[in-house]
Ligand binder design. Structure first.
Ligand code: PTJ
Length: 262
């Protein structure tokens, strides 16, 4: 769709185009369009700008990713379509592994993998492969694929993960997540960083660090912050993480939203 740059909603409409393209490319699930709309509504409430509470969370996230032993970036269909280049840059910079993890399965038979079908994972294998290929096209050297149902406490497709990736990671970055897995990863003793425009979501509440912002704006800032903090020693990083309080950040974001509503 051709959108004139002068259109007041240019950025938002371009982003919609990107997510629709993601569906056409077989990367994003059709449900991803609904998730995107939900995000847009919350973005409106924070004035489509990165607010102070998000900047504070980004700083803590940069420190946690830099001090992790086995950091991992989990990518779903929306994240791959919206920010493939940023995900790859982030992974190289930290450095961290990238793993595909998707929830929705293809209902359309055409997309089913013809080999032995084993539950949800096989049915959505084709989309997972498309995501990995798209990240590779955007510069990723290696993208791990889900292999075994190693995430405890959940029964959905999301329980499949790679033994060398999510299963081993101590810090997992899971932007635009749908709740259950974040709680499960926390129960497994992992630290979780998320980006979620909805500060009331289960993911936002369960995560160690929640960046209440649009992923399109948050990732470039996170990358810049990591570049800046790379020189800090482990103690300084630790102290910054210690001072961070996720409950306070969520409260501030809700207060901001209520204020802008009134
Ligand atoms: O590719 P899959 O199958 O793994 O599916 C990915 C989606 C995102 C569809 C899936 O995880 C899902 O259904 O997520 P939910 O439950 O809709 O939650 C996604 C959260 O991300 C919601 O709280 C949205 O408000 C939020 N969100 C949506 N778009 C953005 C966003 N947060 C930040 N930036 C966005 N652009």
């Amino acid at each position: 769709m051709s959108i004139p740059k002068s259109h007041p909603r240019y950025v938002s409409l371009k982003t919609r185009d990107t997510i629709v393209d993601g569906v056409k490319k077989g990367i994003t699930s059709t449900h991803g369009l609904i998730a995107h709309g939900r995000g847009e509504a919350f973005d409106y409430l924070i004035k489509e700008k990165t607010q102070k509470f998000a900047l504070e969370a980004i700083e803590a996230a940069a420190c946690l990713l830099l001090s992790a032993k086995e950091p991992l970036i989990s990518v779903n269909g929306n994240v791959a379509a919206l920010c493939p280049k940023e995900i790859v840059s982030l992974a190289k910079l930290i450095p961290a592994k990238i793993e595909v993890n998707i929830f929705h399965t293809r209902k359309n038979r055409r997309f089913f993998v013809s080999q032995k079908s084993e539950g949800f994972f096989r049915k959505s294998k084709k989309r997972g492969i498309a995501i990995a290929a798209y990240l590779a096209k955007n510069g990723a050297k290696e993208v791990l694929m889900p292999k075994k149902p190693l995430i405890k406490y959940i029964e959905s497709n999301r329980r499949f993960c790679n033994p060398q990736g999510i299963a081993k990671a101590d810090v997992v970055f899971v932007p635009l997540e749908d709740g259950d897995r974040c709680q499960a990863l926390r129960k497994m003793g992992k630290k979780v960083i998320t980006v979620d425009l909805n500060p009331m979501s289960r993911t936002s509440k369960a995560a160690t660090i929640t960046i209440v912002d649009n992923i399109k704006r948050a990732l470039p800032i996170l990358i810049k912050t990591i570049k800046r903090y790379k020189k800090l020693n482990k103690n300084k990083l630790k102290n910054k993480i210690k001072r961070y309080n996720n409950k306070k950040i969520l409260k501030e974001s809700l207060q901001y939203i209520s204020k802008s509503l009134s």
